[in-house]
Every structure is written in structure tokens, then in C-alpha cells.
Design a protein around this ligand. Structure first.
Ligand SMILES: CC(=O)N[C@H](C=O)[C@@H](O)[C@H](O)[C@H](O)CO
Ligand SMILES: CC(=O)C(=O)O
Length: 358
């Protein structure tokens, strides 16, 4: 039995042990303590949860980009800096890994696992929540990723609707989600609703009816759609406030807060987290005029870049120039942001005058 503390990264150890043929498999030993894992030879490896246990997910969650080297390999080496940057410069202590912004569906299983491990590992004692997106078109792959996320001590998993063969109704979607969630029976489960990309338009309000009976770990929704009536009805029916609703259309977060969203998951919180946190504070006060000012200013930047053509590649470029951490190119079919985009986006961001002169 080993205990790993301080700055030592247990997963580095586990990886080394795995390479040496010593540790074949990380499997969860206990549902209550998914961080207790056993090696293939039966030896117990003691790993600790990196995150604050039981803290309800609220506030801002950065949908992380996946750093890549110029030749297109995932670049784990900058994730430590990335965590420190989010915490100290953006005041963002939750991350959503391997989602849309993270190009999760363009990565292979091995890469997704390595990224999940690195985020959990580097987030230890720094982040509150590391949510791993484990959705995939293939159910067994999604299940494998869910088991892995549980074994490494992720604080939550999320699943997108399968988008090639699509579920056509609530029951089919629930069945798929249930098969994934049940592989990680001690890990909070979030449905990731993003109909603009999946084409699965089943209303979340409908999906939620009776969901807890089918999926006991169901904890909330990452709601990336502009249908605020659907979101409002979800919140209205969530009487016991058991679920967290995280909004995913950054340019209209304030509207979602007004109807009761608990927080937000988005790409812009990587580099506009601090400003958006000020918007949340103003909303809570409440100082709606100030909150609107922040929303209008972040919206001004977004509407400017959206006109230029804005997606994950451009988010990586913006994050690179704002944080100074090289995020690298995206993976095909996405292509790198143009120099022209970078120059214009930077000039626009620099030109914004935020309230209180900050
Ligand atoms: C489609 C997409 O990537 N949506 C992201 C999250 O759901 C958002 O964070 C957007 O990037 C953001 O709202 C800018 O449009
Ligand atoms: C934006 C978001 O939540 C994602 O990238 O998955």
C-alpha cells in the first residue's frame, strides 16, 4: 500500500508501474471510495480524490481545449500550467474535459484516458471539480471511459447523445445514458445537451421525467441550447433542487441565470472567466445593470469573432495568446485559425473597456 501526497502525481507513478508491467489495470475497489484502486496483482494502490468531495457543481466550469504539439499529438506537458492559469488568473476551479471544446470526439480512447488522468492528477488540491466527458458513438467505448473516469477519481462524468445513429425518443436516449452511467455507480452523472451538434432534439424537460429512477447517479445537465423555455421548465420542475443546471451558450448566460441556472460550462471561461465571474457576482448582488454590462461586453467580443468564423480552432488560438500557454493546432477536420483572425481577435479583446477600469 502506498500513499501519495504533496506534489507527487500518483498517476505518473501508476503509468510508470503500468509501463513496467507491474500495474496492469486500475480498477475501482469500492463504490464509496472510487479512488481506491487495485493493481492486477491484487496490490492496493492508494490514490486520493483530487477534488472537494460532495461540493455541488455551480459557478463557472471551463470547457478545456486539448493542448496539442505542432505535429498533432496531445501535449500533456502544459496541463499543470493550464490548471494554475485557470485558478490564479481566471478564478475558475472547475473543468469539463474532452467535450466539444476539447475535441473529445476527435481523440482516440487512449488519448482521452491520458487527458483525463492528467487533469485529475494536476487538479489535485487545486480544482473543485474535474468532469470528464465520456460520450462516444460506441456504447462499449463510452462505458470503458466511464469506468476509467471512476477509477481515477473524476468528480463527475458527462455524456452527449450519440449522433450518428440517433436515439429517436426519450426511452432510447435514457437507455443509452443508463448503460454508461451504471458503469460508474459512484460518480455523479451529467447529460450533455447540445442539439446543434448532435441533432438530437429531445427536450430535456421530457428526458428528466423519472430519470432518477433509471439513473440514480443523475446529477444535472450541461444545457448548450438556446431554448430557454426548455431550461426554464427543467428548473421549474426541479423542486428539490437535486439537479445542477449548467448553461452552455456563453453569450446569453445572464438570461439563463435569470431563470435559475446554477452555473455555466463553456469555452470562453478559459480566458473570460474572471470577467464572467464578475458578472455572476453582480447578478447575485443584485446589480443587474452591471451584470448586463459584462454580458454585453463579452457578447461584443463573441459576436465580433463569430462574424470572422469562430470555433474550437479559434478558441485554441485565443487561449494561446491570452494565457501564453501554447495550445497548438486543432485536429482535422478542424484547421488552425488564420493569422488575420488572431490579429483581429486580439485587437478586439484589448480594446474592450471593462467596468471599474479593470
Ligand atoms: C458549440 C460550442 O462549442 N459551445 C460551447 C459550449 O457548449 C460554448 O462555450 C461556445 O463556445 C460559446 O458560447 C461561444 O459561442
Ligand atoms: C463548451 C462545452 O461545454 C464543451 O466544450 O463541451
Amino acid at each position: 500500500m502506498w500513499g501519495f501526497g504533496g506534489h507527487f502525481c500518483y498517476l505518473d507513478y501508476a503509468r510508470k508501474a503500468s509501463r513496467d508491467g507491474f500495474l496492469k489495470n486500475l480498477v475501482s475497489l469500492s463504490q464509496e471510495e472510487p479512488m481506491l484502486c487495485s493493481a492486477a496483482d491484487g496490490t492496493v494502490v492508494c490514490v486520493q480524490s483530487s477534488m472537494t468531495p460532495g461540493k455541488k457543481l455551480e459557478g463557472l466550469v471551463a470547457a478545456t481545449v486539448t493542448p496539442m504539439t505542432p505535429d498533432g499529438q496531445i501535449n500533456l506537458s502544459v496541463i499543470r500550467k493550464y490548471v494554475d492559469y485557470l485558478v490564479s488568473e481566471q478564478n475558475v476551479k472547475n473543468v469539463f474535459v474532452n467535450g466539444t471544446t476539447g475535441e473529445g470526439l476527435s481523440l482516440n480512447i487512449q488519448e482521452r484516458k491520458q487527458l483525463a488522468e492528467e487533469w485529475v492528477c494536476q487538479g489535485k488540491e487545486k480544482l473543485d471539480h474535474v468532469i470528464i466527458h465520456v460520450g462516444a458513438l460506441s456504447l462499449p467505448e463510452s462505458q470503458e471511459l466511464a469506468r476509467h473516469a471512476a477509477a481515477i477519481g473524476a468528480s463527475g462524468i458527462a455524456v452527449i447523445a450519440p449522433f450518428f445513429f440517433k436515439p429517436t425518443n426519450k426511452d432510447e436516449l435514457t437507455a443509452f445514458l443508463q448503460k454508461v452511467a451504471s458503469e460508474a455507480p459512484a460518480v455523479p452523472f451529467y447529460y450533455y445537451h447540445i442539439p446543434s451538434l448532435t441533432g438530437v432534439k429531445i427536450r430535456v424537460e421530457e428526458l428528466l421525467g423519472g430519470i432518477k429512477e433509471q439513473i440514480p447517479t443523475f446529477q444535472g445537465v450541461k444545457f448548450s441550447d438556446t431554448d430557454l423555455l426548455d431550461l426554464a421548465q427543467c428548473i421549474n420542475k426541479n423542486e428539490r433542487e437535486q439537479f445542477a443546471f449548467l448553461y452552455g451558450v456563453d453569450e446569453q448566460l445572464l438570461s439563463a441565470l435569470a431563470i435559475g441556472a446554477d452555473g455555466a460550462v463553456g469555452s470562453t471561461y478559459n480566458y473570460l472567466g474572471q470577467k464572467t465571474n464578475l458578472m455572476l457576482q453582480a447578478f447575485a448582488k443584485p446589480d443587474l445593470a452591471l451584470a448586463r454590462k459584462y454580458q454585453f461586453l463579452t457578447g461584443e467580443f463573441l459576436s465580433f469573432v463569430i462574424k470572422l468564423g469562430f470555433g474550437v480552432a479559434q478558441t485554441k488560438a485565443v487561449m494561446t495568446f491570452v494565457s501564453g500557454i501554447p495550445m497548438g493546432p486543432p485536429r482535422l477536420p478542424l484547421v488552425d485559425a488564420s493569422e488575420e483572425f488572431i490579429v483581429k481577435a486580439k485587437a478586439k479583446l484589448d480594446s474592450i473597456v471593462w467596468p471599474d477600469g479593470d
